[in-house]
Ligand binder design. Structure first.
Ligand code: CO
Ligand code: CO
Length: 339
C-alpha cells in the first residue's frame, strides 16, 4: 500500500497555493503566523510569554512495517513544531484505517509506533480520531509552546546568511527504487533511520544560536521549501546542489528512472520563480525536487555563526549537516540552483 506513501502524497503545491489564496484570513492580533507565509505551523499568542504552535500532517504508509510507519509519521508531524523553534507538548492521533481489510493488530502497531516516537519527543498524545478508509493514513495534530519573541519563521532568512541542511536528501527516490526492487538494502535502512530521526537536536542547536529563519524539508522537496522560505523572506536563496548530502545510491537511482511523480509536480511549482543553472545536472535537479518524508531542517544562519552551528550539529549527532548555499538580496528570481 506504499504506492504514493509519505509526503509525496501531498497535493500539488501550485494548486494548494491557488486554493488557499481564495480563503479569507481570520483577523486577530494574536495570530502571529498564519497561512499567508506558508510556514510550517500556525502560531497563536496566549500572553506576552507564551504562544501556541499548531500543526498537522498525515499520510499513507511509506513502508510495510506498521510500527515503523507509525514512528515515521509521528516524527514527520512533530517536525513542524521543531522547525518553528517550538517545544512540542501535546498531540492527537489522526487515523484512517480499513478495518474490514486489515487486521486490527496493524492498527495497534501503527498507534504504538506513533506513541513511542511521541514519548521520545516528550509529547503526550491525549486523544484522536479514526475513520474507515483505504489505504490507511496516519499522523498527528501537534501543539507546542514557544516564546512569542523567539519564533523561527520562514520569513527570517536575511541576505548574507548561510543555508544549512541537517539531513541528506533522497527518501522519495530511495522508496521509489524499493518499490521497483532496485534500491540497495543498506540505503533503505538508512532512509528509514533518517525518517525516524526527530529534528529535536537540530532545533535545540538553532535555539542556542538565536536563529530567525528555518523550515523543514518535506513533500515539496528541497527546492520547494527553499523557494517558500525565499518568497516569505523576500530574498533570493542560492543552493549549490553538489554540496547537498544524498542518501547512498540516490544519484544513480535517478539514472535508472526512479523519479516519483511528486518530483515533477514540485518542479512545476518551482520553475517559474527559480533560476535553474544552465549546467545544472538533470539528476541533481530532480533530486532537488524529490519529495522528502520527515526530512531535515533548512536553517538560515548569520554567516559569523555558521561554522560553530555546523560543528554543534555534528556534535549533536547530525553528521550530515552541511552548508549548501547562501542568501542574497532579492534578485530576478527567488531560488537559484546550480551544480
Ligand atoms: Co514543514
Ligand atoms: Co506540514
Amino acid at each position: 500500500m506504499v504506492e504514493s506513501g509519505g509526503c509525496s502524497a501531498k497535493i500539488s503545491p501550485k494548486q494548494l497555493e491557488e486554493i488557499l489564496k481564495r480563503l479569507p484570513l481570520p483577523d486577530d492580533p494574536n495570530i502571529l503566523v498564519n497561512v499567508e507565509t506558508h510556514d510550517d505551523a500556525g502560531v497563536y499568542r496566549v500572553n506576552d510569554d507564551l504562544a501556541l504552535v499548531f500543526t498537522t500532517d498525515f499520510f499513507p504508509p511509506v513502508c510495510s512495517d506498521p510500527y515503523e510507519f507509525g514512528q515515521i509519521a509521528a516524527t514527520n508531524s512533530i517536525s513542524d513544531i521543531y522547525a518553528m523553534g517550538g517545544d512540542p507538548v501535546i498531540a492527537l492521533n489522526i487515523m484512517m484505517f480499513p478495518a474490514a481489510k486489515l487486521p486490527l493488530e496493524v492498527y495497534a502497531e501503527i498507534l504504538k509506533g506513533g506513541s513511542d516516537k511521541a514519548s521520545e519527543a516528550g509529547v503526550k498524545i491525549i486523544g484522536g480520531h479514526t475513520i474507515d478508509d483505504f489505504p490507511p493514513k496516519y499522523g498527528l495534530a501537534v501543539v507546542g509552546y514557544i516564546h512569542p519573541d523567539r519564533i523561527i519563521a520562514n520569513t527570517g532568512a536575511s541576505p548574507g546568511d548561510s543555508i544549512v541542511l541537517t539531513k541528506p536528501v533522497g527518501t522519495g527516490i530511495i522508496l521509489a527504487g524499493q518499490r521497483l526492487g532496485i534500491t540497495d538494502g543498506n540505503d533503505i535502512a538508512e532512509a528509514k533511520k533518517l525518517m525516524k530521526q526527530l529534528n529535536r537536536q537540530g532545533a535545540e542547536v538553532m535555539k542556542k544560536y538565536s536563529i530567525k529563519g528555518a523550515t523543514d524539508i518535506t513533500g515539496f522537496g528541497l527546492a520547494g521549501h527553499a523557494l517558500k522560505m525565499a518568497k516569505a523572506s523576500n530574498v533570493s536563496i542560492n543552493i549549490n546542489m553538489r554540496k547537498v548530502s544524498l542518501i547512498g545510491g540516490t544519484y544513480n537511482l535517478v539514472d535508472e528512472g526512479c523519479i516519483p511523480g511528486a518530483s515533477f509536480r514540485n518542479l512545476d511549482f518551482v520553475e517559474n520563480d527559480s533560476h535553474l543553472g544552465k549546467n545544472l545536472d538533470y539528476n541533481l535537479k530532480m533530486i532537488a525536487c524529490d519529495a522528502q518524508t520527515s526530512g531535515g531542517l533548512l536553517i538560515s544562519v548569520p554567516c559569523d555563526k555558521t561554522e560553530a552551528l555546523v560543528k554543534d550539529l555534528h556534535e549533536a549527532g547530525l553528521q550530515y549537516s552541511t552548508i549548501i548555499g547562501d542568501v542574497s538580496e532579492k534578485k530576478h528570481k527567488f531560488l537559484y540552483l546550480k551544480n
